[in-house]
Design a protein around this ligand. Structure first.
Ligand SMILES: NC(=O)CCC(=O)C(=O)O
Length: 326
């Protein structure tokens, strides 16, 4: 397998200003309250960017931010609590396909429509975090992307589900959700970007492929946990950025210490040199970062990983894992 490089060039083009909205989810109120808060924060991010003369081009929301109750917070997929399934079903909605006209969207797609409206209202690109998608027969953990015209540009169903068995916690996201079956990149006037969700960050291949396809950055809407977060969260992001010499950005929900699943927070942007360029603590906050193609160029010129890669020496990784090659 040759992972072909692309002609899309992340070392050229305009800078892009991003805002990562670390929204508080699930503390009180319901889905409509979450949607209302999301819209306020999008407006605030755009205003703050304009006030600083650094207009925000692209806004990111976290994983499962549209959840509702105190007792069963979003991103709590531990099916030891059977209520959870009902909760996710209650918040789930159909997610249209990219390119489908908004007039054809289901009236039940409330979060999707609100995200599209927010993009139009603020004339900004939005990565709408993820929501529970009601598919024809299964639920998916699905992220979406909107243009400033409110078009649904891309849709990504989490491909690696959070099934973890640690001494202090067991999660089996795959009991609730079905995995997606394809990876996603999307194009904007300021470059190509990769999109994945939370636990996907642990799978290096997604960022490798995104970088080979010419992405400037990979975005991960997320809701990491407080057991693994302290050791792994920043390390994974810096590793993904450094290996691929691209930007990496995560957007988490804010922390609620009283929740059953305590979210780590610490939304973050990391440079191609592996430096944390912007981050939050645990509270609700908007994190701002600028991605500069020239910095990608300088990093790649100084440490020429791309031209030194020896694909002639690397075996066909997929074939090896399938037992078709050694
Ligand atoms: N929502 C998730 O995918 C959580 C992933 C996580 O916490 C991890 O340790 O991995």
């Amino acid at each position: 397998m040759t992972i072909a490089a692309t002609t899309i060039d992340p070392t050229k083009g305009p800078k892009v200003n991003v805002a990562l909205i670390q929204i508080q989810a699930g503390k009180e109120g319901g889905k409509q309250d979450q949607i209302k808060r999301m819209r306020e924060l999008v407006v605030q991010a755009v205003k703050e960017g304009n006030d600083k003369s650094e207009p925000v081009h692209l806004i990111v929301l976290p994983e499962m931010w549209n959840g509702s109750t105190v007792s069963v917070p979003p991103a709590t997929y531990c099916l030891a609590d059977l209520q959870l399934h009902d909760e996710l079903l209650a918040n789930a909605e159909p997610v249209p396909e990219p390119g489908q006209a908004p007039s054809e969207w289901s009236p039940k797609s409330e979060t999707i429509r609100a995200l599209a409206d927010a993009a139009i209202e603020s004339k900004v690109w939005i990565i709408g975090g993820s929501v529970p998608e009601q598919g024809t027969d299964r639920l998916y953990n699905t992220a979406t992307v909107y243009s400033p015209e409110g078009e649904l540009i891309a849709k990504y169903r989490k491909t690696h589900l959070f099934d973890l068995c640690l001494p202090k916690m067991t999660y089996k996201e795959s009991d609730t959700f079905a995995p997606g079956d394809h990876l996603t990149t999307f194009d904007t006037p300021f470059g190509r970007f990769g999109l994945a969700i939370c636990y996907d960050l642990r799978f290096a291949e997604i960022a490798i492929l995104a970088s080979r396809k010419g992405c400037t950055a990979v975005f991960y809407p997320a809701a990491f946990n407080t057991h693994t977060g302290p050791l792994h969260w920043e390390l994974l992001q810096r590793g993904r950025a450094l290996d691929n010499q691209i930007y990496i950005a995560t957007c988490s929900c804010a922390r609620d210490e009283a929740a059953k699943y305590v979210i780590y927070g610490h939304s973050m942007a990391v440079s191609p040199m592996g430096k944390v360029i912007a981050t939050a603590e645990t509270e609700e906050k908007i994190v701002y970062a600028t991605f500069d193609p020239q910095h990608i160029a300088d990093t790649r010129a100084g440490i020429p990983l791309l031209t030194q890669r020896r694909f002639d020496l690397y075996p066909d990784i997929l074939a090896v894992s399938e037992g078709k090659a050694q």
